[in-house]
Design a protein around this ligand. Sequence first.
Ligand code: NAD
Ligand code: DAU
Length: 361
Amino acid sequence: MHNVLVTGGAGFIGSNFIRYLQTAESDVDIVNLDVLTYAGSLENLKDLPNPDKYKFVQGDIGDDDLVENILREGNIDTIVHFAAETHVDRSILGPAKFVETNVMGTFVLLEAARNYWIDEGGQNISEVRFHHISTDEVFGSLEPDDPPFSEVTPYAPNSPYAASKAASDHLVRSYGHTYGLPFSITNCSNNYGPYQFPEKLIPLMISNALNGIPLPVYGDGKQIRDWLFVEDHCRAIREVINQGESGETYIVGGNTQPTNITIVTTLCEILDECLPNSSFVPHESLIKYVTDRPGHDRRYAMDITKIINDLSWTPKRSLSEGLMKTVEWYLDHQDWVAAIGKQGDYQDWLDKNYEARGETQ
Ligand code: NAD
Ligand code: DAU
């Protein structure tokens, strides 16, 4: 990794990754290509450790001329591809954008990398890497006794989001197999931590609870997700790029699988502890069970044996520590939440997604 193109670096994980990479590798030059959708913000990239080795380009991964110019001008040897539409609920109400960005956008990036690295010989092919950030959602839903997802689990995506990510994973793999494009893929579970856009479960619950707004739990709240603190994910990505074999995929997860309702009640307990004088204590009284997400996957679980054995990566932050740190971060960054909540169509989105969801219990 010398000259790195990060796509989607103004989003949640991408911005954490840029900050992490600058602390871990002082010699890397980073170009961040991000179109700044509602989910991306330059507020997430203030106070980088090494601003001289960072450049921002506002643009679309689907713009082939722009992407090819960035690769050539920046002598890019490593692409770390985060840019995507990422919210499952939005993919249910408006799937087209997910196909455009996640499938076609990834295709454009792959073509640009193939042209520059392989056809033009712009970099030494043994020293380049296209690293694709993917998700556990491509594997579908587990029954209670099924074994956890591993690198050989067949794909069975259930939402338009998951299907678009699965399609992009297949495209990346095919460019390795057909054209010899050096690639790696990480399929990671639910991330949480600083700078997560407040539409996602954990920041949504924190920010609603702080404002006395109901905490909308979908269905019976007994769906199970694996949760990983975002910095652990960033470390895993770096390990895979630096030490992982080209052509490999790695499952990344936190080895912790609570139900959604456990996550929500834990957040409420943390808030009760941090804000004992709030008029919303006990915050748990704000919980409301609402109409479920259509096609909602019931259970995810991750087998992280391969990344532990091959790369000696393990998650460092426990869920209880991570949740405490996350709540503290949101409490300390309420200006960030207020500013980010005004971006794009966020308020309209909240109305559209939650107004039609009746209370069920
Ligand atoms: P996010 O929604 O917070 O950020 C996405 C970023 O991509 C934003 O900055 C946005 O402006 C940018 N973007 C969107 N379309 C673009 C385009 N056409 N061109 C350039 N930039 C564009 O997403 P996130 O949660 O940080 O997720 C990042 C990646 O990690 C995604 O690929 C997602 O599928 C994957 N992932 C996320 C999680 C999670 O729990 N958040 C877990 C596993 C994998
Ligand atoms: O598993 C990895 C995936 O995690 C990523 O690929 C996605 O980009 C990311 O958004 C996330 O998807 P989820 O659908 O799991 O995340 P979300 O925060 O939307 O929901 C987490 C769980 O909480 C899920 O079971 C739905 C539930 N939920 C969510 C919201 C927003 C609620 O019960 N109420 C809510 O209001």
